[in-house]
Design a protein. Structure first.
Length: 94
């Protein structure tokens, strides 16, 4: 299956059995990391989304790693939900 890299545009071949999330979009791990370093969402929208859904879902929506979101929040001093927040919210305690 021929795929074009989202970062550098190089066409590459990947077997469907070898697909991981990043391999669907990038020709190498280096291209994936360069793409993640360019992560710059709309700040107001991102702040709202951060409290509307878990970081793992945000990572899938933005097609980046969870670690990138954690680093982004730390570098921009954004408060994020603590451990257990989503379970408490689901149980109606928040």
């Amino acid at each position: 299956m021929k795929i074009s890299c989202d970062q550098c545009g190089v066409e590459f071949t990947c077997l469907p059995s070898n697909f991981s999330r990043y391999q669907k979009h990038f020709c190498s791990v280096q291209c994936k990391y360069k793409y993640e370093k360019q992560f710059a969402p709309n700040m107001e929208q991102f702040k709202l989304e951060l409290w509307e859904k878990p970081i793992t879902e945000l990572a899938l929506d933005y097609d980046i790693s969870v670690k990138t979101i954690h680093k982004f929040c730390k570098n921009h001093k954004l408060p994020k939900p603590g451990r257990g927040y989503w379970q408490k919210k689901e149980a109606g305690l928040i």
